[in-house]
Design a protein around this ligand. Structure first.
Ligand SMILES: Cc1cc2nc3c(=O)[nH]c(=O)nc-3n(C[C@H](O)[C@H](O)[C@H](O)COP(=O)(O)OP(=O)(O)OC[C@H]3O[C@@H](n4cnc5c(N)ncnc54)[C@H](O)[C@@H]3O)c2cc1C
Length: 460
């Protein structure tokens, strides 16, 4: 018996209580269970997708490049969370992505390996790099079947693991701090269908892990305010401040010689997407905006005079690739919260903008790619400059609302993902990312969650 009803729960028996059942919460639960710890996962959604559950949680309003339902449609409330619709692209962060983190890639290295395994990926893509052009190297982005954390076979932890209980259609609401402010002593348990609220006390050695997604984690903390002091974790006004999206743009086409840009990979890699990453020096020249260029196989347009000419120039095996950019940040220039959503959660306010420095950096990296192709006479780039500025999409990736750091005045969690000052309160998910990366976040979310589970399994 693993899915439990509220009436049969003895909340004191768990070593940890986790809010949210997506990749972050699921991985914390799985890791703790492996350490023989008992876990309760509390999930707002049910076992099925329900449109009305989505609509009631509007989560974010605001403007900038991402408006309207962009935010709520990218945050799924059901068992398994947003993993029910994710695309499955996985790549580790580069060393340089950790420049402003209190941990480095080497701290995550073993967890990247186990995260790849948990997501059913052959590990070779984690380290494979090949220099293909002056200033650019090739890396593979893993693109296997996306693991749904609601899948009873591939993610068997929720339906079958006796150490992990799951309470559906309940939310972790406002938290209460102890008198001395050193721990969370209670949380509100909210029954979504019944509308009942109950205050649950935490035992001294019980850990509470927030894994409600980048927006959900900020909401829980901001809601934890009894009116007498700052919200829990927000003593320095940092919660919800650094929300970022992950800009995507389709910007060009390459015609090049056969085998010039994409190495022949053995089958051990599984499904992959091909990407070019700027060298460290180009990254610094581009103002430290992390950018990668994803190449997708395309056909040569024989009705186009230029493409026809280039395909003849580069030989019978000439190849064409569409180029799309994934860039590291669209920063929030808005305030943090404004009013409440229909479920009573603080409504986050965001104004995520791809600023002019970022647009210029993408423009610069693309022009550098064009020069490298020309100088090496490997191929030519058709760069659709206008689309950099006019065709900005997002990955539905949200990060940074409870970021990691050593200084409590400029961050929310420490390098163990513990909320500064609260010895039993932890956060899992991309809200703790100190900075983003050009690559998709979930592999790193899972790696960090496994690392947190290892830490918690030793006891707090
Ligand atoms: C269309 C789309 C495509 C994507 N493709 C990719 C991709 O290819 N590669 C990649 O790396 N990433 C991708 N992502 C992002 C990926 O889905 C997220 O990074 C990942 O799901 C985040 O995991 P999480 O567990 O932190 O949050 P979520 O998966 O959002 O799970 C959070 C869960 O917490 C629950 N919850 C929230 N608040 C509470 C509360 N107070 N109490 C209890 N439960 C609560 C929610 O109901 C939800 O089920 C994609 C996202 C979208 C929308």
């Amino acid at each position: 018996m693993v899915f439990v009803a509220r009436s049969e729960l003895d909340l004191s028996r768990y070593d940890a209580i986790v809010a949210g059942s997506g990749p972050a919460g699921g991985s914390v639960a799985e890791g703790l269970s492996r350490g023989n710890r008992k876990v309760l996962v509390i999930e707002t959604g049910g076992s099925e997708y329900r449109a009305e559950a989505q609509e009631n949680y509007s989560a974010v309003k605001g403007g900038g490049h991402y408006v309207g339902s962009h935010w709520s449609s990218h945050w799924i409330r059901m068992l398994g969370g947003t993993s029910n619709i994710w695309g499955g692209w996985c790549a580790p962060f580069s060393e340089r992505n950790f420049d402003r983190w209190p941990i480095s890639r080497s701290d995550l290295e073993p967890y990247y390996l186990s995260a790849a395994q948990a997501l059913y990926r052959p590990p070779d893509f984690l380290t494979y790099r090949k220099s293909v052009l002056d200033q650019f190297e090739y890396r593979a982005i893993s693109d296997e079947d996306p693991l749904r954390y609601s899948d009873p076979v591939k993610f068997a932890t929720f339906p079958n693991d006796p150490n992990v209980h799951v309470l559906l259609e309940h939310s972790v609401g406002a938290l209460t701090a102890s008198q001395d402010g050193s721990r969370v002593e209670a949380f509100e348990l909210y029954g979504v269908s019944e509308g009942n609220r109950e205050l649950i006390e935490l035992r001294e050695e019980q850990a509470l892990v927030l894994a409600g997604g980048a927006m959900g984690n900020a909401q829980i903390l901001l809601a934890s305010n009894d009116g007498t002091r700052a919200s829990i974790g927000d003593e320095h006004g940092q919660v919800g401040r650094y929300l970022q999206e992950h800009p995507h743009m389709g910007v060009g086409k390459i015609i090049c010689r056969a085998n010039a840009l994409i190495p022949s990979m053995d089958e051990g890699f599984g499904g992959i997407r091909h990407a070019l990453f700027p060298s460290d020096s180009l990254y610094h020249e581009a103002g430290e905006l992390d950018v990668c260029l994803v190449l997708s196989e395309a056909s040569i347009d024989s009705t186009d005079q230029t493409e026809r000419y280039l395909s003849e120039e580069f030989g019978p095996g000439a190849r064409a690739y569409r180029v799309s950019v994934m860039a590291g940040r669209a920063e929030n220039h808005g305030s943090r919260a404004e009013g409440f959503d229909p479920c009573g959660w603080p409504l986050l306010f965001a104004q995520c903008v791809v600023d002019s420095d970022s647009l210029e950096a993408v423009d610069f990296v693309m022009r550098s790619l064009g020069s490298s192709l020309l100088d090496s006479n490997v191929g030519r780039l058709r760069f659709d400059v206008e689309r950099v500025y006019s065709d900005i999409g997002g990955g539905g990736h949200t990060i940074g609302t409870t970021r990691m750091g050593t200084d409590a005045t400029s961050s929310v969690v420490d390098s163990d993902c513990r909320v500064h000052g609260y010895r039993n309160l932890f956060i899992a998910g991309s809200s703790v990312f100190a900075t983003g990366s050009c690559v998709n976040p979930t592999l790193t979310i899972v790696a960090l969650a496994q690392r947190l589970a290892d830490y918690l399994a030793k006891g707090i």
